[in-house]
Write a protein that binds this ligand. Structure first.
Ligand code: GDP
Length: 369
């Protein structure tokens, strides 16, 4: 039967192979009525959103369908991986619908941060990346902070629009949706998952008490983020879980810092100056001479320079080198998507290089802190 192949909740095509992809259903669940995917099942029975992921092209196809709806788009990004988790093409796909930018994981920044400055930075960076944003809300799903402001902003901008929540993987989307569900729907009542008539959207439609709905979209996978490349075990190393403790280094030209065995930062040319590393505390920073760096890595990757283990290292793409000339007067971070960033503290100019597996986004950006 044709309809047996689709979820009667979200309409996605059902599959039994990969629980992290849309439409997953365990074989035994095929006997239940109605037949719904695991993601819809969990929302319906446990009021709980769970993460599923899709490739970028598939995601953009999904996004395109938002353009025709009356939508309020809540775009969640990860403050630790801002440039890596922003959906830069978002605006082209969603038409004139308004966007709220929820910047999650503020708990990871040092507590003494200047939040006004960070808000302005976010606003400017988002604008430069082509996003038109109604409002920026800084929040932490983990600390439960900023949600009141996010809910206020949703109420203020929503009118009679449905709320579409979009984001890259691992930004905290599920955590946030669960909060929204709890806020907006009657918990004693089983949620119904209702199908959009006629379309296959791969989006879970969560009806709210007031007649509107929250729509959970799959998390988008960007292969340019380190967090997408590493093993689950190494992900727990590179993703910080508490507020960053910046490490300051005074470097002479010709010195290198290794980030465990995940990558390295070379100070190639310039006057002696200071650099600050913002990484997970489980990454070991190892300073050495630039002229020894290649050899050190060849001999000690997976041991002195670990994790990743030799085995896991072999599963990653080969390292590639990104060189940057930082002009006098430029105040920048050297950003490595998913791994963190190095702040260039003095604006006296420098030539630096970063080595990381091929494909990972590395760039200069105006310094965040
Ligand atoms: P999703 O993949 O976007 O649905 O994200 P999840 O809600 O599953 O969260 C992804 C990871 O980020 C998990 O390890 C969460 O514990 C973590 N996380 C979510 N929100 C926060 C936050 O506000 N701060 C920190 N430090 N971690 C968070």
């Amino acid at each position: 039967r044709e309809d047996a192949l689709h979820c009667s909740g979200c309409g996605v095509k059902l599959q039994g192979e990969d629980s992290s992809k849309p439409g997953y259903i365990p074989t035994q669940a095929l006997e239940r009525e109605p037949i719904i995917c695991q993601r819809c099942f969990r929302i319906k029975n446990y009021n709980e959103a769970s993460s599923v992921t899709v490739e970028q092209s598939e995601f953009l196809r999904l996004l395109g369908q938002i353009a025709e709806k009356k939508a309020l788009v809540v775009h969640i990004v990860d403050l630790f991986d801002f440039q890596g988790s922003v959906i830069s093409g978002l605006q082209r796909f969603i038409g004139n619908n308004p966007v709220l930018l929820a910047v999650n994981k503020t708990d990871l920044l040092p507590k003494v941060s200047n939040w006004n400055k960070i808000r302005n930075w976010v606003q400017k960076e988002a604008k430069d990346m082509g996003l038109k944003i109604e409002d920026v809300i800084l929040c932490s799903a983990k600390q439960n902070s900023g949600f009141d402001r996010l809910l206020d902003a949703v109420v203020r901008h929503r009118g009679n629009r449905d709320v579409y929540v979009v984001g890259a993987t691992n930004v905290g989307k599920s955590t946030l949706i669960n909060r929204l569900i709890r806020e907006y729907s009657d918990l004693d009542q089983e949620l119904t998952v209702s199908r959009y008539p006629g379309t296959t959207l791969d989006m879970v439609h969560i009806p709210l008490d007031d007649g509107g709905a929250i729509i959970d979209t799959p998390g988008i996978v960007y292969p340019s983020r380190y967090s997408e490349l590493v093993s689950a075990q190494d992900l727990g190393i590179i993703m910080p879980d508490k507020s960053l403790k910046p490490a300051v280094y005074q470097l002479n030209e010709g010195q290198t810092i290794f980030f465990s065995g995940f990558g390295r930062f070379d100070f190639i040319q310039g006057e002696r100056q200071s650099f600050t590393c913002f990484n997970s505390s489980r990454i070991k920073l190892h300073r050495t001479k630039l002229e020894r760096a290649d050899e050190l890595f060849a001999d000690h990757a997976g041991e002195l320079l670990a994790p990743p283990s030799r085995d896991n290292l072999e599963k990653l793409p080969e390292w590639t080198r990104h060189e940057f000339k930082i002009a006098k007067g430029q105040k920048v971070d050297v950003f490595i998507s998913g791994l963190g960033w190095v702040k260039v503290n003095n604006d006296m100019g420098a030539v630096i290089a970063v080595h990381v597996p091929k494909g990972i986004k590395v760039m200069l950006r105006p310094s965040l802190i």
